[in-house]
Design a protein around this ligand. Sequence first.
Ligand SMILES: [Zn+2]
Length: 212
Amino acid sequence: MDATDGVIKFASERHPGTAPWGPQLEALNHARTTLFDLGLIGAYPDGVGYGNLSLRVSGDQGNQDNQGNQFVITGSATGAQRTLQASQYCLVEAFSIEHNWVRTRGAIDASSESMTHGAVYAANPAIHCVIHVHSRVLFDALLRQNHPATPATIPYGTPAMAQAVYALVQQPVALPLLFVMAGHDEGIVACGMDVDSVQNVLLATTKRICTP
Ligand SMILES: [Zn+2]
C-alpha cells in the first residue's frame, strides 16, 4: 500500500447537511458490505482504511463542465467498518480536476479518492456507479494479463491520476469497465451503468482470478 493512502490530497470545502438517500444508495451500501466481506474494502493492519463507492445523482445528460456531475460517495476513513449508515456518505456537489478541488455536503469529509470518482463521471455520462477496491491478488494478476490500467508512473490522489482516469474512461468503452491504477498499489476501479453491474464485474473478476 501507499504510505499516503487515506490522506486527502485535494482541497475541499465541506458544508454541513445530508447527502440524498434512496433505494439505489441502499443497494450501493449493501454492495459495499458484500465487497467488505471479500476483503476488497477494509483496513490495513495499521488501521488505514481502503475502498470507496459512489453513485451519480446528476449530470448524466452529458456536459462539458463538471458542475453538473454530482455524486454521493462514502466518507473518508470509513473503510474499517463493515456496515455504514447514510450519515457516513456525502454529496460531492462540485469539483474541478484542473484545480484539484471539491465542494461537498455532509456530516463527514468525502473519500480521499473523490477526485478519481469525479473524473470518471465527468468523462462518461453513461456511468452511474464507481467502486474502488484494493486487492493484492487482483492487482498483480490483472497487470500480468495486460488489463486496462492507468500509467504506473502516476500516483493516486494527484491531478495527473484524475486526468489519466478521465482519458481512459472517455474512450469508447464497454460497460461495466474494470481498470487497474498501476501507480496506486493494489488499486482497482470498476464503473458502469448501475450498482449491480459494477458489483458483478468485481465479483466475477475475483472469482475468475481466485478460483484455482
Ligand atoms: Zn485506493
